[in-house]
Design a protein around this ligand. Structure first.
Ligand code: PEP
Ligand code: MG
Length: 585
């Protein structure tokens, strides 16, 4: 048994057989073979050696012809290494004596060499470790086959263990087959985490290197509450987790009973609970979880897996589906937030060197007006079908907001001239997710009908921590007093101006913050659909005075650890494990 710690990003417990995918997208097979398989495995290794040697020779020859022998020398060195009898003997020894699969034996041997090179102080020699890794990758490709594992086409239940999963890959996972997943990289605020939560797949990210400790088919536990992954659990651990899994499921069933009850505090304050969605079909799930509307529809996922860019009609159809499913409930459609860790229309050769600070989101839309207009036209057309609102992401300057509204007005005039019906009174909102917007909120507020706090980005930009980088995850804290001060002020200014304010970052899905945010005056939460029942339960257990006390207490604190501990202790006092006996319908 081996226990690994990572970052919990989507709650729940998953128990199942591992499917292991490395950083090239290759499925890593089991590590041990049977005695009778040894000869076959040695043969596979020899075949891989020959095929990789052939590939390298070819590359060497063509580089030599095109650029000259001196440039081809690097490949000659690779070839020499590959043909080194000591290296071959070592791999074969692992296969024969330890009954390692050829893939595992290759990895163990070549990584050993790479580490030895890395230890050299001489920069030239330590750089050679990259050549060894390159050889390892080539051999593994040859052994595993060139096919990338199609995780979207899985047809039996597994626990997925991967180096990384992009948000788009995650979005294609089928919850009936992917019981849970764990990744070596990734951070709490990354979009992979957000999509996992939307799909209600238990997930742990940022585990660090561990894929070579696990074989395909090993039993694995993913604990999405505590951020733990357990490889090959022993019996007592397995029993414990089976009980936890059962308790988790019972809690979901218990909370289902809240679906038709209102989110009203004990002293009668109504809290509007909306859902964040990425795909049209989630609108139905949101209603099932008791959402009063869609507070954030992330439309950039329309671009997912599309070989050609979606047309105005594609946009319109997607919006129409959501609006129809939500009936007369509000639907906030956010305009494209492309770029950074989401999909980017930029070709790889023009990739932004610092994408989170680069041409992303509204900046990208304003720099690609035809793309932006196409979407605005579709939203305007859908605006007559129900209670549609539009929201612009990552507004940083007033000019940006004014410009975006101008483009919206132009699109509206265009449609009216064409005789196409659209709502002339469409409510316009902005995300408050840059410190600049939060600090200047009193100026922005005159230009919009509503605002929504995007804490996923607000935390990263305020604290200068990459939301997707596990190495700085400890710093990525919504409970940092600097962040809290910004949120409190934004909510207060909106309240005073009579402008509705919502919070649609992950923070609003986290029960730890509900009382604090209510205490700040927030009355609208937009959360992952699966989190609605839990947040509703908290709203029904508290009263305003209690929440205001929590807010006063927290705002007097300076250390994140103290704030987190205090918020957790206040949450525990609510006894959420007990049935809901609150009034309020
Ligand atoms: C946010 O930044 O909090 C937000 C909701 O937007 P996204 O996560 O899509 O960047
Ligand atoms: Mg954002």
């Amino acid at each position: 048994m081996q226990q690994l710690d990572g970052i919990a990003v989507s709650p729940g417990v998953a128990i199942g057989e591992a499917l292991v995918i490395d950083n090239e997208g290759f499925r890593i097979p089991r590590h041990y073979i049977l005695r009778e398989e040894i000869d076959g495995e040695l043969q596979r290794f020899q075949q891989a050696l020959q095929s990789v040697a052939g590939e390298i020779q070819q590359t060497r020859d063509s580089v030599s012809t095109q650029l000259g022998d001196q440039y081809a020398a690097i490949f000659a060195a690779h070839l020499q290494m590959l043909e080194d009898p000591r290296l071959q003997a070592e791999v074969e020894r692992w296969i024969r004596d330890q009954q390692y699969s050829a893939e595992y034996a290759v990895s163990v041997t070549l990584r050993g060499y790479a580490r030895a090179f890395q230890k050299f102080e001489n920069a030239y020699l330590s750089e050679r470790s990259h050549d060894v890794y390159d050889l390892e990758r080539r051999l593994l490709q040859s052994l595993v086959g060139h096919e990338r594992q199609q995780i979207a086409s899985l047809d039996s239940p597994v626990v997925l263990l991967a180096h990384n999963l992009s948000p788009s890959e995650t979005a294609t996972l089928k919850p009936e087959f992917v019981l849970g997943f764990g990744t070596e990289v990734g951070g709490a605020g990354g979009h992979t985490a957000i999509v996992a939560k939307g799909l209600e797949i238990p997930a742990v990210v940022g585990i660090g290197h561990f894929l070579f400790d696990v074989s395909g088919g090993d039993q694995v536990i993913i604990d999405g509450h505590e951020g733990r992954v357990i490889l090959r659990p022993d019996d007592p651990t397995l029993q414990r987790y089976r009980k936890r899994q059962q308790a988790s499921r019972s809690a979901v069933v218990r909370l289902k009973g809240l679906r038709d009850k209102p989110a009203v505090t004990r002293d009668g304050i109504h809290v509007q609970l909306m859902a964040n969605i990425e795909f049209p079909h989630e609108a139905q799930v949101s209603i099932e979880r008791g959402a009063e509307g869609i507070g954030l529809y992330r439309t950039e996922f329309l671009y997912l897996g599309a070989s050609v860019a979606p047309t105005e009609e594609d946009h319109y159809q997607a919006y129409a589906e959501v609006v129809a499913a939500m009936d007369s409930r509000p639907v906030v459609i956010r305009t494209l937030d492309l770029g950074a860790d989401k999909l980017s229309p930029t070709p790889p050769e023009l990739a932004d060197p610092n994408p989170f600070l680069g041409l992303r989101s509204i900046r990208l839309a304003l720099a690609n007006l035809p793309l932006f207009r196409l979407q605005l036209r579709a939203i305007l057309r859908a605006s007559v079908l129900g209670n549609v609102r539009i929201m612009f992401p990552l507004i940083t300057t007033l000019d940006e907001l004014v410009r975006a509204k101008q483009v919206l007005n132009e699109a509206r005039d265009e449609l009216i001239n064409e005789g196409v019906p659209c709502n002339r009174e469409l409510l316009v909102g902005m995300m408050v997710e840059s410190p600049a917007a939060a600090l200047l909120i009193d100026r922005f507020i005159d230009e919009v009908d509503f605002i929504s706090l995007g804490t996923n980005d607000l935390v990263q930009y305020t604290l200068a921590v990459d939301r997707g980088n596990p190495a700085v995850n400890d710093l990525y804290q919504a409970s940092n007093p600097a962040v809290l001060r910004l949120i409190q002020r934004v909510v207060q200014v909106a309240l005073e101006a009579g402008i509705p304010a919502s919070l649609c970052g992950q923070m609003s899905s986290s029960p730890q913050y509900t009382m604090l945010l209510l205490g700040f005056g927030l009355r609208q939460f937009s959360v992952a659909p699966g989190s609605i029942p839990e947040i509703k339960q908290i709203c029904r257990r508290v009263d305003l005075e209690q929440c205001q006390q929590v807010a006063t207490e927290v705002m007097g604190m300076t250390r994140v650890q103290d704030i987190n501990a205090y918020l957790m202790s206040e949450l525990t006092k609510l006894n959420l494990g007990e049935n809901d006996h609150s009034g309020g319908g």
